[in-house]
Design a protein around this ligand. Structure first.
Ligand code: MRU
Length: 354
């Protein structure tokens, strides 16, 4: 299985996703600034993966903090925590991971500083390990909704590369195949950064999953021709009402699915649900450089010099278009996911059965 990120000998090792699929190159980050830079430049990307990177970035900052007491230690850690949060605004997983580290440290504040430094590394690695288990659980629930012979449309990359491993949107596909179902994938290329063409196509081919690449604007025609049975996408942040922020173009896919009566599923770890945000209109949407649109791979110019560009990296799909959300705790109607904030005894009654 491809590993997007690992903690190796006190450093953070990342697969450089900007160079895929042509080169498989790893970089090593020795300090939190290098991790922040890696997140901003999309060397590592995908909501769960950048959450893990943020936690590991904070862990890299810890050894250098000269503090004799808890308060001074937390003050020393604050710039690293803030710089992680400032990298990319849409994926809630970054803040989730930083908050989790902070909470863990407060819960252990009576221990000595050397022990706290070790605990941060342990917690960051636990976030990575848990993410892989979470994705397998998402896969288990989601696979129930996949039938033998299905063709699944994906958008962007919500696979192993976007997570600690296994992926979120890819997990139901991989699990269904493990169960013996014949599944194939159609991957949207996902302009402008081409995560579908460069990353999803690459990792599914590595995993032996049949995958066909299409341009983003082909999806409607394929649906009309009966060539797509369902769509599964990931999310960077899902609001409490089930509105889903994901890679730009996801909204168009969802509307097309509705028009063609095709189920539109979202695969989301509970850590990607922002229970503090009531609706999608409050989700911050990252705007990226126009150069991503005017140039292919930052190099080959395809638009007139000086043209105005709008380059929103994400859009919000209203919950009314979402058939179900696959989480590690079950598959739910979008209107029910706010209940996941609490460990709820009647959660069984909310779960969707395919
Ligand atoms: O800009 P990116 O490549 O980080 O965008 C990634 C996505 O939109 C993914 O679909 C999302 O983060 C979910 S990853 C499991």
């Amino acid at each position: 299985m491809v590993k997007s990120i690992e903690w190796v000998d006190g450093k953070v090792k990342m697969l450089d996703q900007t160079r895929l699929p042509l080169e498989v190159v790893f970089i090593e980050c020795k300090n939190y600034m290098e991790v922040a830079e890696g997140i901003k430049k999309l060397i590592i990307r995908g909501a769960p993966a950048i959450g893990i990177a943020a936690a590991m970035g904070v862990a890299l900052a810890a050894p250098g903090i000269d503090a004799g007491d808890f308060k001074t230690f937390m003050k020393g850690l604050a710039p690293a925590m803030q710089s992680m949060i400032d990298t990319r605004p849409t994926a809630v997983n970054i803040k989730w991971a930083v908050d989790r580290l902070e909470k863990m440290l407060y819960n252990n504040r009576d221990r000595g500083i050397p022990e706290l430094k070790e605990l941060i590394v342990r917690e960051a690695n636990a976030i990575l390990e848990e993410d892989i288990r979470t994705n397998r659980a998402i896969g288990k629930w989601g696979a129930e909704f996949l039938h033998d012979g299905d063709t699944v449309l994906t958008h962007c990359n919500a696979g192993a590369l976007a997570t600690g491993g296994y992926g979120t949107a890819t997990a139901p596909i991989l699990l269904a195949i493990e169960q013996g179902k014949k599944i194939q994938v159609i991957a949207d290329e996902t302009r402008p950064v081409l995560q579908g063409a460069r990353l999803t196509a690459w990792e599914l081919m590595q995993a032996g999953v049949p995958v066909t690449l299409i341009t983003d604007n082909s999806a409607g025609a394929l649906m009309k021709n009966g060539m797509i049975d369902l769509a599964i996408v990931g999310t960077d942040r899902t609001a409490a009402n089930g509105d889903v922020a994901n890679k730009i173009g996801t909204y168009s896919v969802a509307v097309l699915c509705r028009e063609h009566s095709i189920p539109f599923y979202v695969a989301a770890p509970v850590s990607s649900i922002d229970f503090s945000i009531p609706g999608g209109d409050r989700i911050p949407i990252e705007e990226r450089s126009g150069r991503e649109v005017t140039h292919i791979n930052g190099e080959y110019q395809i638009a007139p010099e000086g043209v105005n560009v709008i380059n929103m990296a994400f859009d919000v799909t209203p919950s009314k278009y979402v058939t179900a959300i696959f989480t590690e705790r079950g598959a739910f109607r979008p209107s029910d996911i706010s209940k996941l904030e609490k460990e709820d005894s009647d959660i069984e009654t909310l779960r969707l059965i395919p």
